[in-house]
Unconditional design. Structure first.
Length: 171
């Protein structure tokens, strides 16, 4: 009698392998959600002050399309945590997430345009992004947009509103 075969048969008969399909299912689910796991790992590293690991985790997740990871990367670049402070890189990451509909990214990108931080100052673009974030319930974005309007002409405001109305999400 083959000892391996008898062990397999004994395990099957005893029910020890009855959980095998569940284990395989959980493993496959874990493999099918790598971006979420990378973002969560990055967030855990960030909360622990390990910004280099957060950067690595979020780069991986952002490369797979995780918009939360894109926003996390933008925040690291804006603050200089784990990477040299670079407002232009922050704005690029905010824009990638903002174009995919992330409200906080839209808010931060709008503020960057309004201030000229990492991008050329553009009141119309700032107003547009702030309006999009405000439309998703970001109260501070609405307040910042309204404050920005005081520095804009009626023509600029109308242009920003038209751009916000014409905005379409990137997939």
């Amino acid at each position: 009698m083959n000892p391996e075969l008898s062990l397999s048969t004994a395990c099957l008969r005893s029910g020890k392998w009855a959980r095998w399909p569940a284990i395989v299912t959980v493993a496959l689910l874990a493999l099918s959600l790598p971006a979420a796991a990378d973002f969560a790992g990055g967030l855990q590293a960030y909360d622990a002050g390990d910004y280099a690991r957060a950067l690595e985790e979020w780069r991986t997740a952002a490369g797979k399309g995780d918009i939360d990871a894109m926003v996390g990367l933008a925040g690291l670049h804006a603050s200089g945590f784990g990477v040299r402070q670079n407002y232009a890189s922050a704005a690029q990451w905010y824009e990638k997430a903002a174009r995919r509909g992330h409200a906080s990214a839209q808010l931060n990108l709008g503020d960057a345009y309004a201030r000229g931080r990492g991008v050329k100052r553009d009141l119309i673009a700032g107003h547009m992004w702030l309006s999009l974030a405000a439309g998703q319930g970001k109260i501070w974005a609405a307040q910042r947009r309204d404050q920005l309007e005081k520095s804009m002409t009626p023509t600029q405001i109308a242009s920003a509103q038209a751009r916000a109305s014409a905005f379409r999400l990137v997939k």
